[in-house]
Design a protein around this ligand. Structure first.
Ligand code: ZN
Length: 176
């Protein structure tokens, strides 16, 4: 599964009622549209599509891991993610602008694509802060060399701020 077309849903041929779709997201998924916030991951996505007369309710469930960087030590680690969301597809005579919750299709449309939906689902499931301790399976220790480096460069910065400009010191001497 590694092209945009793999995420097309040809709904005209589907009977009314529930239909199940499964997608195994791998690294290639994130390369379909670039640039991507995520480059590597393994996520299982399950979609239940409930087809009605001129309406389809899409219900997504997903679980897996993505490779990302620790906010503290910048080392890569495997972040577990999971979640669910719903989406509506409406067939109308004159399609209006779609938004993040509803997709409007015209009477002659026969398919739509859910790549962006899945991508958004995965991206929005990433927490604001993430660190090695979230590592899938078992928590990881932050990279000790990096922590040491960050600590040292932090104290260096503070020293620079505390130092006065020597030119001002000279001036100060004059005025004194
Ligand atoms: Zn870390």
């Amino acid at each position: 599964v590694n092209s945009l077309k793999d995420y097309d849903i040809s709904f005209v041929k589907l009977k009314p009622g529930e239909h199940h779709f499964s997608y195994e997201i791998e690294d290639a998924f994130f390369r379909i549209k670039e640039p991507s916030l995520i480059e590597q991951g393994n996520v299982n996505v399950h979609l239940i599509l409930d087809k009605k007369e001129r309406l389809m309710n899409l219900s997504f469930q997903f679980e897996g891991i993505i490779k990302t960087d620790c906010d503290v030590c910048l080392d890569p680690f495997n972040l577990p993610i999971k979640g669910n969301d719903t989406f509506v597809v409406k067939i109308v005579d004159i399609p209006q602008e779609s938004d993040t919750e509803i997709l409007y299709l015209g009477p002659n449309d026969s398919s739509f694509n859910i790549y962006d939906n899945i991508y958004e689902l995965i991206c929005t499931s990433i927490p604001m802060t993430k660190s090695c301790k979230d590592n899938a399976g078992k928590p990881k220790e932050c990279n000790p060399d990096m922590l040491k480096f960050l600590l040292e460069s932090n104290s260096e910065n503070t020293n620079i701020e505390n130092q006065t400009d020597p030119r001002w010191d000279k001036l100060k001497n004059i005025t004194d």
